[in-house]
Design a protein around this ligand. Structure first.
Ligand SMILES: *[C@@H]1O[C@H](CO)[C@@H](O)[C@H](O)[C@H]1NC(C)=O
Ligand SMILES: *[C@@H]1O[C@H](CO)[C@@H](O)[C@H](O)[C@H]1NC(C)=O
Length: 418
């Protein structure tokens, strides 16, 4: 099938929100490894010692992050999620880890992860309990922020179960204040807008982006293509609200990468990687790095696609075309020259016809109008397409539930500022 189209309006302004959290962190979308999607709340270390939430799991993942080249590609965070805690606080009221599954304690695990050159992330909940029923931080915020600083935590994910969404506008900033007052730099990941949206509240995004480095807007990702596409739809349908919020230091978070698990095919895995990259989303893998198949590992380690995600401009991509199962998303990236930008383009095929769709990508209609043309490269296959002028159209074949990702780099005669 051949698809031609016209794009009537391309919005070219992408000025970012001013007044955002200025803790100097997360200037590009955070990258790393998070336990939840793959390992959930498996606490059965007697029968399933390899997969239970334990210090052993995090130490093994830290080792592999380094030895398998993920850290070098930018995945520099190892983060706990729910179910690391003991059911009770210690005699001084401090949080403590489950003593059976974390016999060395959190400070030792933090040291281990730091000794590998990685950052250490922790999970808690603004509420009476975490989602799985472990102690929450409500009424202990100052002490818990200090405990995290004492443990040399670098990243805090704060969930929102067992709390009132109406109190989050006060509670999330309050915990952010206590984190800041410890003097330790900690990336602050908030679930605040998501919990408000599910109770039909309108999130106060001005305050959220002043408080958090990243925030969840939508449902937890599940291990399926249906879940991935529902997330893509949410960010596309709400892009006029969400794109202006994103920028260096503050990001929308559509949840973890599920690449390498059970639910996505090879094409769908490429699609998630390219879509998360163009949406300037945090790249938080949740996969068993001990058993991941090499073709999925290669997707996660595609440095050209990672570079689009980590681009210093920090602009979240926009869905500029959606028709007959074909979507086109664009994101301005460096290098730029004056008002002329380079661009990343993802063509996403959600059709299920069973044969690749041939799509025509018309550069000028997409807003790529540099008179000197673009050097165009396909980033999944690492192949040069050639030098293309704005009035030429690029034809691509996009596999069912797959993607083509192009990087269009401006060509400038000197002076050229990279
Ligand atoms: C605390 O907040 C101030 C003001 O926003 C900021 O300049 C500083 O970097 C923050 N410190 C930490 C440790 O986050
Ligand atoms: C948290 O616990 C307090 C004290 O027991 C209670 O008043 C409050 O309603 C609880 N919050 C939620 C969201 O259940």
């Amino acid at each position: 099938m051949e698809i031609f189209f016209q794009i009537c309006l391309v919005i070219l302004s992408f000025s970012s929100f001013s007044h955002c959290l200025d803790n100097g962190l997360a200037l590009s979308p955070p990258m790393g490894w998070l336990a939840w999607q793959r390992f959930r709340c498996n606490t059965d270390c007697v029968n399933d010692p390899k997969h239970c939430i334990s210090e052993r799991l995090f130490m093994e993942m830290a080792d592999l992050l380094v030895s398998e080249g993920y850290a070098k590609a930018g995945y520099n965070l190892i983060s706990l999620d729910d179910c690391w805690l003991d059911k009770v606080r210690d005699s001084d009221g401090r949080l403590k880890a489950d003593p059976i599954r974390f016999p060395s304690g959190i400070p030792a695990l933090s040291d281990y992860i730091h000794s590998r050159g990685l950052r250490f992330g922790i999970y808690e909940d603004y509420g009476n309990y975490t989602c799985a029923g472990y102690p929450g931080i409500l009424n202990n915020m100052k002490l818990d922020a200090q405990t995290f600083a004492d443990w040399k935590v670098d990243y805090v994910k704060l969930d929102g179960c067992y709390s009132f969404p109406s109190q989050m506008d006060k509670g999330y900033p309050e915990f952010g204040y206590y984190l800041n007052r410890t003097g330790r730099s900690m990336i602050y990941s908030c679930s605040w807008p998501f919990y408000q949206l599910v109770t039909k509240m309108e999130p106060d995004y001005a305050t959220i982006s002043k408080t958090c480095n990243l925030w969840r807007n939508f449902e937890d990702i599940q291990d399926s293509w249906q879940s991935v596409t529902s997330i893509i739809d949410y960010y596309g349908d709400n892009q006029d609200t969400l794109i202006p919020l994103a920028g260096p230091g503050h990001w929308n978070d559509p949840d973890m990468l599920i690449i390498g698990n059970f639910g996505l095919s090879y094409e769908q895995s490429r699609a998630q990687m390219c879509m998360w990259a163009i949406m300037a989303s945090p790249l938080l893998m949740s996969v068993d790095l001990r058993t991941i198949r090499p073709e999925f590992k290669a997707i996660l380690l595609n440095t050209e696609i990672i570079a689009v995600n980590q681009d210093p401009l920090g602009v979240q991509g926009r869905r500029v075309y959606k028709k007959q199962g074909i979507e086109i998303w664009t994101k301005p990236v460096l290098p730029k020259s004056g008002q002329l930008y380079s661009w990343a383009i993802v063509v996403l095929n959600r059709r299920v016809d069973g044969t690749p769709s041939q799509v025509t990508v018309p550069l000028r209609e997409l807003g790529l109008d540099s008179g000197d043309g673009y050097h165009v490269r396909e980033l999944n296959e690492h192949k040069d397409v050639g030098i293309i002028s704005p009035d030429q159209a690029i034809q691509v074949d996009v596999n069912p539930s797959g993607v083509v990702m192009l990087k269009c780099t401006i060509i400038r005669v000197p002076p050229f500022i990279p």
